[in-house]
Design a protein around this ligand. Structure first.
Ligand code: F0G
Length: 418
């Protein structure tokens, strides 16, 4: 890809930046940037290439990625994750065509790897002296792995005591410098964004548009795996980069002539961390940040999502909805998916299934529509929460009859909140 094939554009004021002078946010108005392509030219290029023989994964779609010189791609074979037809769970919920795109199958166990292969390749291309991010865990572990692969020093900033242990173990093992801050994710991100330029570190949070470019390839894959886009896509939302990336992906696939429709985008947040859902339900143009976000789904414990504007735009443009789910609903959905389909995902990922259950109850989902739920991270990322949610402690002295009785207890659906 050459420099003329793409440029970054501000989503607020429309100011344009050439690839070599792309800041993280707009110099003029401070809004987020988005990479734009000459889709007509790419469509023409694709029609002449034998790209369909490439294996499924992020780099299958290199014509739609903003890397100018692809001599040194930093990769761990990310993408190409399974799309499971969940017949048993679908039957239980009254849905004929329920699919799960299982992003926990990526090399470090989350969807973040799709963005990091592109983002760290760009970091290497521009000669970054170090890479950095703030994280609820998965961004940190993914960046640490790709930085190790590229041979670039990595500094990750995490909210102290608030991230799942598997993720912390990964970041440490891959050799990142881990800095814990006494504060939440939003405060950690503010700190990293303020200090990265001064330190000369390359920032790889999803405010960086290169991350979004890698992540959008999951939408391309779904279109190819299903043969067309689904009618509805349900996805967990935290800092809101991923839902924005999927929407961009579905729109680009349409623009280059590889699909004919667009899905409805449904974003799910946890009740205790749901500023985007609140704004959507209030018909508001802007979010009100949640000061002390709280949820068992630590990956999405975020009160001030940086990409809220892109996310609200995706939901509204696609005629979708935003909904929140309780921790009890999340933990229930996590167990259901594991026990009905053999898919063990982390709590934040199960939010998409919990959201589906709630919206089906509300009549928002038709039994015949094709629904894809995105599960974003592997269950082993957070073993502590899984064990707590499944552990059955037996009191010494209980009779055999009592034990047998407890084994017969069916799982009950938690009452949904009003
Ligand atoms: N699911 C998982 C497993 C995540 O790790 C995240 C975000 C999300 C969903 C939400 O995605 O932020 O693009 O809306 N984790 C980030 C992190 C914030 O630091 O690992 P989003």
């Amino acid at each position: 890809m050459t420099e003329e094939d793409f440029q970054a554009e501000c989503i607020g004021c429309g100011n344009k930046y050439s690839p070599d002078k792309t800041p993280y946010v707009c110099d003029v108005c401070g809004d987020l940037l988005e990479i734009k392509y000459d889709c007509r030219r790419i469509a023409d290029q694709l029609s002449k290439l034998g790209w369909t023989s490439r294996s499924l994964g992020v780099w299958r779609y290199s014509e739609l990625l903003p890397i100018q010189d692809s001599k040194e791609i930093v990769t761990l074979n990310e993408g190409g994750t399974s799309l499971y037809h969940c017949r048993k769970l679908g039957f239980k919920l009254g849905l004929k065509n329920l699919f799960v795109k299982n992003e926990g199958e990526n090399p470090t166990g989350s969807f973040k790897d799709r963005g990091m292969t592109v983002g760290v390749t760009e970091a290497l291309r521009i000669g970054a002296k170090a890479v950095t991010c703030a994280s609820t865990g998965n961004t940190a572990s993914s960046l640490a792995a790709y930085a190790a692969r590229a041979g670039i020093p990595c500094v990750v900033v995490i909210p102290s005591g608030k991230i799942a242990l598997g993720k912390l173990a990964q970041a440490m093992m891959y050799g990142a410098k881990v800095i814990s801050v006494r504060g939440n994710f939003d405060e950690a991100l503010e700190l990293v964004m303020e200090s990265c330029d001064q330190l000369g570190f390359y920032l790889l949070n999803s405010v960086n548009p290169y991350r979004i470019e890698g992540q959008k390839t999951a939408a391309f894959e779904i279109c190819e795996q299903l043969g067309s886009p689904p009618e509805t896509l349900i996805i967990p939302v935290g800092n809101a980069g991923n839902i924005s990336a999927y929407w961009k992906g579905f729109k680009e696939f349409l623009s280059v002539g590889l699909s004919k429709e667009l899905p409805r985008m449904i974003g799910i947040q946890a009740v205790g961390a749901s500023p985007i859902v609140n704004a959507f339900k209030r018909h508001s143009e802007a979010i009100e940040p949640v000061q002390s976000p709280e949820t068992v789904a630590t990956a999405i414990r975020i009160g001030h999502p940086i990409s809220w504007k892109k996310a609200l735009r995706a939901i509204r443009e696609s005629k979708g909805v935003a909904e929140s789910v309780t921790d009890a609903e999340i933990l229930y959905a996590q167990k259901l998916l594991a026990r009905d389909e053999g898919l063990f995902v982390e709590p934040a990922s199960a939010a998409s299934i919990a959201g589906l259950i709630r919206l089906k109850d509300q009549g928002e989902i038709d039994p015949n529509e094709t629904v894809v739920c995105v599960t974003t991270g592997h269950g082993l990322k957070d073993p502590e929460t899984a064990i707590k949610s499944c552990e059955e402690v037996v009191e010494i002295g209980r009779s055999v009859e009592e034990l047998a009785d407890s084994l017969k207890v069916p799982m009950k659906m938690p009452a949904t909140q009003a």
